[in-house]
Design a protein around this ligand. Structure first.
Ligand SMILES: [Zn+2]
Length: 246
């Protein structure tokens, strides 16, 4: 019991010492892989895109960074957050932006809705990121094998809020239906084509509904891009609002 008490006391002293030491450290600690105000402001929107591309290469190549989450947590709690990008993507558990782009704590914002359909609250989140926190890049990302695309394609009624969400994907289904001689909801290629078309539609919606996003994108202050995540290979392909590869 006495030994335990001594150990607990020692742990307390060490803990206090560590916390005290950290409190006296400079707040501009040079820890790799953490986005700071300086590194964020030095980035162009295209630099930010390159960072995501490189992060995705690391993810695909199993060359992931060795993040120190404890250090990142301490530093970002003192310095604040300075994410260089916002990723808006589906809720699919196989498509998680922090992992897919090999980013640690405090580097990217993520907003997620099934089928990555844009709504007012998501647009508000995007505006917060680009207008008030200085993020340089907005990515609207769909993915292969998306269940929401399949559900929108078959047109099944769920009789609840999910119906409302699927309605927002319907225009993409209609586009692919026009382009293909026959719409087949069991055909993965068509489901993936719907997913990419849906990203393009959501990009248009976002630019139409958010003056800040539209103007900052036109001025080159930020960059809005689309993306598709292949959940089998892990690769993310980026494209512009015309669907052209970036
Ligand atoms: Zn999905």
């Amino acid at each position: 019991m006495l030994v335990f008490a001594r150990l607990a006391f020692s742990t307390l002293i060490i803990g206090l010492f560590t916390a005290s030491s950290f409190a006296h450290e400079s707040t501009d600690i040079a820890t790799p892989h953490i986005q700071t105000a300086e590194s964020q402001s030095a980035l162009t929107p295209h630099d930010a895109l390159e960072k995501l591309k490189n992060g995705n290469l690391r993810f695909v190549d199993e060359d992931k960074r060795d993040f120190n989450y404890t250090s990142a947590r301490k530093i970002t709690s003192i310095e604040g957050q300075h994410p260089f990008a916002l990723i808006f993507s589906c809720i699919d558990s196989r498509s998680t932006p922090e992992i897919t782009f090999d980013q640690g704590v405090g580097n990217i914002f993520t907003a997620r809705v099934a089928g990555n359909v844009i709504g007012t609250n998501v647009l508000g989140s995007i505006e917060y990121a680009i207008q008030y926190v200085g993020s340089k890049l907005v990515v609207i990302m769909g993915h292969t094998q998306c269940g929401a695309m399949g559900a929108a394609c078959t047109g099944e009624s769920y009789g609840n809020n999910l119906n409302h969400l699927l309605l927002d994907i319907k225009p993409a289904v209609s586009t692919i239906e026009r382009e293909e001689s026959e719409l087949s909801c069991s055909e993965p290629m068509q489901i993936n084509a719907i997913a990419k078309q849906n990203v393009l539609n959501q990009m248009q919606n976002a630019l139409f509904k958010s003056t800040a996003l539209r103007e900052m994108n036109e001025n080159g202050d930020i960059l809005l891009v689309g993306a598709m995540h292949n959940i089998k290979t892990g690769e993310v392909s980026f494209f512009d609002i015309d669907g052209e590869a970036l």
